[in-house]
Design a protein around this ligand. Sequence first.
Ligand code: PMP
Length: 392
Amino acid sequence: MKLSHRITNINGGGSDGWDVFLKARGMIAEGVAVTELTIGEHDIGTAAPILQEMHRSAMGGHTGYAMVPGINALRDTVAARVQARTGVPTTRDNVIITPGGQAALFAAHTAVCDSGDTALYVDPYYATYPGTIRAVGAVPQSVPALADNAFQPRAKDIAAAAEQGAASLLINSPNNPTGVVYSRDTLQGIADVCKAHDLWLISDEVYDTQVWDGEHISPRALPDMAERTLVVGSMSKSHAMTGSRCGWIVGPEEVIGNLVNLATNTTYGVPGYIQDAASFALNQGPEVEAEVAEPFRRRREKAMEVLAAQNTVTLVPAQGAMYLMLDIRATGQSGDDFANTLLDAHHIAVMPGESFGQAAAGHIRVAMTIDDDRFIAALKTLCAFAADLAKK
Ligand code: PMP
């Protein structure tokens, strides 16, 4: 039987960038001890008090269908948090709760792109972006953020892409995979292009609690941007709740109203006990978020010391998120070759930069998601391996 082009084309006919990750998982399944520095998953689980609240809610009977846009308590909490952080007036009518940030990315593009519309995104990019855009029937087009420009996208490159006609632009700061936090200038430039070319801005801010250097600025707070910006948020990274699948979109009331129709006809909402737990977690305040972020801050500091002691591997300024982007071009290898040979030789798995787009070629992404000692030992091995390659 014939399947739809839309679903068979989600990966665009190419690799989805997970080859090294899958090879590592295959080795683990065969009993090989692999140090995995691949995916963005904390090495801690969801904190006990959050799980207790989940349990309390479920035992209290919150196990039926929950309200489709989200329960009022969570929508109000998200709205108040966003307003407190950005100063932009925000109410529950600006918020829809989704099954994670990933579902929010899909819903946001569905809201603003028709079939065949061009949807812009920045390369290097989080691995699902082009697939998400194809899944809604739109056409992904990347705009490079170059290593030479510290992976900050330039307004003129976005404008050049937008001139050919586009419905939306997807950005992500703090950024996965580069760890870069977009500066105010970068974001103002992006905002100006969105206004000049009448683009919707979809701003993926799932790492907004993990900023080590500089400040997180939500572009929704820039002048005249609230009416054209959809902010994607999530409990996954801020509260180590990846498996709970709880995220949201913050945007104009009219968009949220339409997204409720989409949710009614697709997900039918998010479980009530998960939403109760999320609301409880957010109301614990920023200290809890800082605690969840702390291991990454600490490991980044330690990693910078290791990297400062050698000169083959260079760190892209890591200002946020749980990753380090390392420039390994001095080895003469591509990110793909380096990641594969490192896995074979030392059983250390990292993501090739090429998995995240051509702009990250010659780089590798290292997730800081294992305990400090093993992380630092793996990083030292990686640097020594790179130094050997560079000598050859
Ligand atoms: N955006 C980015 C940039 C991510 O890295 C991730 C997860 N790795 C997501 C969105 C999706 O997160 P979730 O669906 O768990 O909220």
